[in-house]
Design a protein around this ligand. Structure first.
Ligand code: BGC
Length: 821
């Protein structure tokens, strides 16, 4: 805790300009000691999770494994989901809601220590994709709807993990903001939105923390697969931002391997018995690739593998092994992180609760918690604290705890008997805690959510309990925003997000006031899904999605079009109150005195937004530009200094292809959420170029979603006509298995792929089965080679594609003949 009146500088790392290339001394190439075949072999994995060794240099192969909120060290090199126990921290949605850089360094460190102890050299995370729309199926794996918050927190996780000598993989680069058609979708996005929203979080994390690897995304970006995109993987990532590490594909994301090498893509994963080796060799023969292109990639891979060897040798890692003592320490950290993630959405004063009397704990999630999401990030926890046990432990003999399920935690079915039982229990208690949320089948990697609603039974439970118990507290377990049609009925609503294995204990600490609720929303909770500008353009049609809202994502949209929301970005209550005073601002730093005016210690997240009301440029009404999380004792004051970096007043200047600062007045708005601004002051920004001309301005900021329907407006943002979506036929390597299923062979292939995946995964739960089925429909044909473990060659795939095209031509001809008759 800071002492009264102490001047503390909140940590706000400036985005620094990389050193000119001439100053960076490249290490001598080690690729030349290897023969060409060995070099080619290094360019893709040996198994699902490991690289090739470099025997000539005495280097063993290294293991990479998921994921963002815990180590998923699979039990065998071929296994996909089954994994050894590891600490399951809150998912990124919860970690994002902590707004706590220091805590995320600690979590990153814990993940790194466990990784090293498990023999893992690179952890595949964190994810830095922006939550463009609340229905994104993988939003629980991402940190925020804002790029500054995303970049800062991703950097902290990377810093923490890499401190232990283990590497990270910042993913999924870039614009992987939906699950629908994620492996083939073409994201059509204008340059300003790309730079200011979708790249900005990656840029910040890379400049600040230099991850060992960056994982390129499956999707296309303005027509080019990310894995083929030289501008993305070399010009922007390495030349502009100074990234020094390896670019690895998302699993199965390589499109054109030769173009990929030229673009700056180093490592193709997973291993597939070198399906692309002959392709690379042939390109070297024809001169399509030159040896120096290959050597550049191989040098980067050797560097990574050498570091990876050190990570698990223990020479670079401070790793005592995954023993029980380590797991105990990390479990306590997981509990702390869960409490810091919990966002108190409403509270009329009922919280914190007294740990006495009769307390009803209701809901299936109280005993079978929803604490992480499904898909590649799924960790096998070392233990799981349930809410019911945690409340029982906390209250002990001082009170009586009763429980009823209220709903089935897995199946979304109507159960009057469960509701009736919960009502009886709630009626008999002084206080009722009802935990509701999203079952695992509602949100997962591999598919997007269909709506913002909770299951009907969860709504029924809340209403029924509120009818009989006037002291009802609702706890939410969810990876993304949900609608709360009854929000004013309970006396408090606490959002636990997906709190990881310590979620139950973390929640109990918050509910009984042992700690202040530490979370603040890192995303807007809308009233309705179609209140989002992006809604009509999510998830797009067929293989194309148009980002028509451009830079107006999340609160930027709601504040610009002045639309009401359920809970705004940055919102979250404390058990105490804070007063803001003495705001002083310059273009490089802002200071404000914050006082805890209550009689409890508490946590505040001081947020600084920049507004440019007189701007000539299409801008959001306000943008987060700095923040600091502070803890204050009762009546303690602290001067919080927030540094502003060179991006605070800049926008991406499309004309000049660089960041520019528009001169003129700027408001510095400081407060406790995007809609709870306490103090505003205006400063003068001198700018770094003359007044903008009409052509700089671009289309005006939108005033409603209707503006986004204007094709000409979107074309003006893109600076070219809106591209036509792909033709589905003739089929090619990027046709999806669902698309080719109009042929008999295609149907057979799809069924075979689903069967093979199910066989490989063994017993799986309902949500994993749904994920696999969806993925196998939307996967491009080329994944049968890339993810097929070497069972199918390109030659045979191309033959099948030719056969399917021929079958379509014949059936088309037949249809025409029949029509003529
Ligand atoms: C996911 C990645 C993950 C990889 C390996 C992919 O399907 O998109 O996030 O790291 O699989 O599991």
């Amino acid at each position: 805790m800071p002492s009264l009146g102490v001047h503390r500088r909140a940590r706000e790392t400036p985005v620094t300009v990389p050193l000119p290339c001439v100053l960076i001394m490249s290490p001598p190439s080690r690729a030349h000691v290897l023969d060409r075949a060995t070099k080619i072999r290094l360019c893709s994995g040996r198994t699902t999770w490991s690289t090739e060794p470099v025997e000539a240099l005495g280097l063993r192969s290294i293991v990479m494994t998921d994921g963002p909120h815990g180590v998923r060290r699979t039990t065998t090199d071929a296994a996909i989901i089954a994994a050894d126990p590891a600490t399951c921290f809150p998912t990124a949605a919860g970690l994002g809601a902590t707004w706590d850089r220091d805590l995320l360094v600690e979590v990153g460190e814990a993940i790194g220590r466990e990784a090293a102890a498990h023999g893992v050299s690179v952890v595949l995370g964190p994810g830095a994709n922006i939550k463009r729309h609340p229905l994104g199926g993988r939003n629980f794996e991402y940190l925020a709807e804002d790029p500054l918050l995303t970049g800062e927190l991703a950097a902290s996780l990377i810093e923490g993990t890499q401190r232990t000598g283990v590497g990270t993989s910042l993913k999924h680069f870039v614009a992987n903001n939906q699950e629908s058609m994620r492996m083939v979708v073409d994201v059509v996005v204008d340059e300003r939105a790309l730079r200011e929203i979708y790249l900005a979080g990656f840029e910040r994390a890379i400049r600040r923390a230099q991850p060992w690897t960056v994982m390129c995304a499956y999707n296309r970006l303005n027509g080019t697969y990310c894995s083929d995109d030289r501008r993305l993987l070399t010009s922007i990532l390495r030349d502009e931002w100074g990234f020094e590490g390896v670019v690895v594909t998302d699993w199965g994301a390589a499109n054109d391997r030769v173009q990929g090498i030229r673009a700056g893509l180093d490592l193709e994963m997973p291993g597939n018995e070198g399906a692309n080796d002959p392709v690379i060799a042939a390109a070297l023969e024809t001169g399509e690739l030159v040896d120096s292109d290959l050597d550049t990639v191989v040098d980067r891979l050797i560097h990574l593998i050498a570091r990876g060897n050190r990570a698990v040798d223990g020479s670079a890692a401070d790793s005592p092994g995954p023993d029980d003592a380590m797991f105990d320490r990390h479990h306590e950290l997981a509990c702390r992180a869960a409490a810091e993630s919990a966002v108190l959405l409403t509270n009329d004063g009922v919280l914190p609760l007294d740990a006495s009397g009769t307390i009803a704990v209701l809901g299936g999630f109280a005993t079978e918690p929803r604490f992480q999401g499904a898909g590649s990030s799924q960790v096998t926890p070392t233990r799981v604290d349930t809410l019911l046990d945690a409340v029982r432990n906390r209250v002990g003999a001082a009170g009586r705890i009763m429980h009823a399920q209220g709903y089935d935690p897995v199946d979304d079915v109507s159960r009057d008997d469960l509701i009736d039982e919960a009502v009886l229990v709630a009626r008999a208690a002084e206080v009722a805690i009802a935990i509701v949320g999203l079952p695992s089948t509602y949100e997962s990697e591999g598919f997007d959510r269909e709506h913002l609603r909770l299951p009907d039974e969860h709504h029924r439970l809340v209403r029924a309990v509120c009818d009989v118990n006037p002291n009802t507290v609702v706890v939410l377990a969810n990876g993304a925003p949900v609608q709360l049609p009854w929000v004013d009925r309970p006396r408090a609503v606490l959002d636990a997000y997906l709190g990881g294995q310590g979620g139950g204990t973390g929640l109990a600490r918050v509910l009984f006031g042992d700690v202040d609720p530490g979370g603040r929303l890192a995303e807007t909770f809308p009233l309705r899904q179609d209140d989002h500008g992006s809604d009509a353009w999510f998830p797009g049609t067929g293989r194309q999605v148009q980002y028509r809202e451009s830079i107006h994502v999340g609160y930027r949209w709601f504040d610009t079009v002045d639309s009401p929301v359920l809970f705004p970005f940055g919102h979250g209550m404390s058990y105490t109150t804070f007063e803001y005073a003495d705001l002083e601002a310059t273009t490089s730093a802002t200071s404000v005195v914050v006082t805890n005016t209550g009689d409890r210690a508490g946590t505040e997240v001081v947020q600084l937004y920049v507004r440019r009301p007189d701007s000539q440029i299409n801008r959001a009404a306000q943008e987060l530009k700095a923040f600091a999380k502070i803890r204050l004792e009762p009546r303690e004051s602290v001067t919080v200094t927030l540094e502003l970096d060179d991006r605070a007043f800049a926008h991406w200047d499309v004309r000049r292809n660089r960041w520019s600062v528009e001169p003129g007045p700027a408001q510095i708005a400081v407060g406790s959420s995007s809609r709870d601004i306490r103090l505003v002051t205006t400063i003068d920004v001198s700018g770094d170029r003359p007044e903008p001309t009409a052509s700089d301005a671009g289309p005006a900021a939108p005033t409603s979603a209707a503006d986004l329907r204007d094709d000409a407006r979107f074309a003006a943002l893109l600076e070219h006509p809106i591209p036509a979506p792909d033709d589905v036929e003739p089929f090619d390597r990027n046709s999806t298995l669902a698309e080719v299923s109009v042929t008999g062979l295609g149907r057979g292939l799809r069924a075979g792929a689903i069967k093979a995946a199910r066989r490989q995964l063994g017993d799986m739960d309902e949500v994993t089965a749904k994920f696999i089925d969806r993925m196998m429909g939307e996967a491009p044909m080329r994944s049968m080679v890339l993810l097929g473990g070497g069972r199918l060659s390109w030659v045979n795939l191309d033959r099948m594609i030719a056969a399917m095209n021929a079958a379509r031509r014949v059936s088309g001809l037949r249809r025409r003949v029949l029509r003529r008759r």
